[in-house]
Design a protein around this ligand. Structure first.
Ligand code: NDP
Ligand code: X2W
Length: 346
């Protein structure tokens, strides 16, 4: 049994970590923090956890967290970087669900996140926690930067094409829709039901902070700089991300059948990526609550545009589930421990 700590245990990704870790065979949840709810039993705030989590919310305290084997940060950007160095020095492994360690370039991070990085010296060491790309490095990591939700769906969708040099890297488009839980549990006017319900809008079209993260990953896959247009949308549902990705693949490079075979081969041994039969239309409902990414491929009117559809649950493969997948790799546990949940339907 290892001891796990969660900083930010009352947020959506924190509670999702609790839901998954509560039934994990090798993990005892030892510390769960919340400043607002300190002193309250976790299962009083979240009665679904009665009988499986026996912890009281505490204020974030580095001494208490240092007694854990692994600490998850499910906190707003700029929080994990304040405590990570101390925890690593005390022999604790850290998995950060926020963006503090995702970008390799501290100056670029400051531009997108609007603050100075306090420990840029850790950025080279941090492993980007996308197991489908970095599985071996994750196994030996002390510090994992868990990918963002949009970046997970977009990278998994584009990777096979880019790794094989089949797509025009100057013309990539990611048109992506997220459920409202992607914005976290904060009370804000924009996320009220009466603001988001029965309506649908794009946002941050001129630049979203996930753009540099996605570009960084796609550049590594392609071995060349990429030009990506990324447009996020807020859609009136609670969980789920649907990415519609467009890539130009000239006819003399590959047919749709060859691309389908490439994706099936690339993800054949990936337990959390499921390539659907050609022509399928994945539905966010079919991955809700599970750590799966479902992908399908299309070639409208036989043209040069390949359309890739990629769906995940933003809170699971897009956050807490992927974080547990990374923890399993870091501690040598079976990769799917705690994650063998099927989607809820309907
Ligand atoms: N929601 C999603 O779909 C995804 C979110 N992420 C990222 O994961 C992180 C958490 O997201 P989410 O769960 O949605 O966020 P929430 O806003 O729902 O929750 C944030 C949590 O962090 C705690 N917190 C806030 N400020 C601090 C602080 N300064 N120090 C310590 N704890 C703090 C809060 O509790 P309290 O204030 O009581 O301490 C709360 O428990 C964010 O960085 C987010 O960007 C990543 C992928 C997907
Ligand atoms: C719908 C919505 O608002 N989504 C959030 C992104 C999700 C997120 O939490 O961002 P990180 O993965 O970088 O932590 C946003 O656009 O700000």
């Amino acid at each position: 049994m290892i001891r796990a700590g969660i900083v930010g245990g009352t947020g959506y990704t924190g509670v999702e970590l609790l839901r998954i870790l509560a039934l994990h065979p090798n993990v005892e949840v030892a510390v769960v923090t919340s400043r607002a709810d300190a002193g309250t039993r976790v299962d009083a705030a979240y009665p679904s956890l009665r009988g499986v989590i026996d912890v009281v919310f505490s204020i974030p305290d580095v001494e208490a967290l240092a007694g854990c084997d692994v600490v998850f940060f499910a906190t707003p950007n700029g929080t994990a970087m304040l405590m990570t160095l101390t925890l690593l020095d005390r022999g604790v492994k850290v998995i950060d669900l926020s963006a503090d360690f995702r970008l390799k370039d501290a100056a670029e991070w400051s531009v997108w996140y609007g603050m100075e990085h306090v420990c840029p010296e850790l950025l080279p060491e941090a492993i980007y926690g996308l197991p489908e790309v970095n599985r071996e490095a994750i196994k030996n990591a002390r510090l994992v930067a868990n990918p963002g939700c949009y970046p997970t769906s977009v990278q998994l969708g584009f990777l096979p094409l880019l790794e094989k040099g089949l797509a025009d890297v100057g013309q990539l488009i990611a048109d992506v829709k997220s459920g409202v839980s992607g914005a976290g549990r904060k009370a804000e006017l924009a996320y009220l039901m009466s603001e988001t319900g029965e309506s649908f809008k794009a946002y941050a079209v001129s630049g979203h902070r996930h753009l540099p993260e996605i570009s960084q990953g796609l550049k590594l896959a392609a071995g060349a700089s990429v030009n990506l247009t990324f447009v996020p949308h807020l859609i009136p549902m609670i969980r789920g991300i649907h990415a519609t990705l467009y890539a130009q693949v000239s006819h003399n490079k590959a047919s749709l059948e060859e691309i389908q075979a490439l994706y099936e081969q690339r993800y054949a041994y990936e337990p959390c990526v499921d390539v659907l039969p050609s022509g399928s239309h994945p539905d966010t409902r079919n991955v809700k609550g599970s750590n799966k990414c479902q992908i399908s491929l299309h070639q409208p009117q036989g043209g040069q545009t390949i359309v890739i559809l990629s769906v995940i649950d933003n809170l699971v493969k897009g956050a807490a589930g992927q974080a547990v997948q990374n923890m399993n790799l870091m501690f040598g546990f079976p990769e799917l421990d705690g994650l063998k949940t099927l989607a809820l339907y309907p």
